[in-house]
Design a protein around this ligand. Structure first.
Ligand SMILES: [Zn+2]
Length: 238
């Protein structure tokens, strides 16, 4: 855990500063937070997404912080609600557990960039923690993302109007600064197909055993198109 990163944190319960206390993270009111340390490497199938960000970069819903690590962040901060994800993220960033729908454990105006990859978007909190002139980078599924997997497994398709809904949701807090679609064909082994299906929207989740059965009869490797929209947003008038 980087000491400069700790100085940017605040307790979401009492808003007092967070500091390292006996090897864990806490405030003077007794609230305590998980800090993860374990290391873990995983396959980075979405590594082709170009993400350039410097300074203090907060990855909200970081998962294992694979994408955060690919930026040029001097001070990377990973936020996630999953302890397992945080353990992996800790190899690459200062990793703090929190509920992404609630107040985030950061002081106001400290982030140069907020990164949000396939994760819940708490627009008001993103706006609060960004410095003036800071930017938000969102990565969302593009049209046809993992379509062959969706078809092959008989799953429900992803909402194609996600980008438009995102724009509406962030209106008033952020101004759109442009969006680019990036696509690549992935060759997935069955275990990767399973992992992707389990990470997808809840509508994809089948009964235990059913998913495995459907994957078993697919070609291996399965060619799947990954399609993502990378959009930049700047803080709007507040
Ligand atoms: Zn507190």
């Amino acid at each position: 855990m980087h000491p400069d990163a700790v100085a940017l944190l605040r307790c979401p319960h009492c808003r007092h500063r967070l500091q390292l206390i006996d090897g864990s993270l806490g405030c003077d009111q007794g609230h305590r937070f998980d800090i993860a340390r374990e290391a873990f490497l995983e396959a980075g199938h979405l590594d082709f997404i170009p993400l350039d960000a410097h300074g203090v970069v907060v990855d909200a819903g970081s998962g294992p912080a694979h994408h955060l690590a690919a930026t040029g962040a001097e001070l990377p901060l990973a936020l996630d609600s999953s302890t397992a994800a945080l353990r992996r993220a800790a190899r690459r960033a200062t990793a703090v557990g929190c509920d992404l729908w609630k107040e985030l454990p950061l002081r106001a105006g400290v982030a140069d960039t907020v990164l949000n990859v396939f994760s819940p978007r708490n627009g008001a909190e993103f706006a609060r923690i960004l410095r003036p002139g800071g930017r938000l980078i969102t990565v969302t599924p593009g049209r046809g993302h993992l379509q062959q997997l969706v078809e092959g497994l008989g799953l429900l398709s992803v909402d194609p109007d996600k980008q438009e809904r995102l724009r509406v949701k962030l209106a008033g807090l952020f101004e759109p600064r442009g969006s680019e679609r990036h696509e690549r064909t992935l060759e997935l082994r069955h275990r990767d197909v399973l992992a992707a299906a389990r990470m997808g929207p809840s509508a994809w989740h089948l009964e235990p055993g059913e998913l495995e059965g459907r994957v078993a009869v697919l070609p291996e490797p399965l060619e799947v198109t990954a399609s993502v929209d990378v959009a930049e947003w700047s803080s709007g008038p507040r």
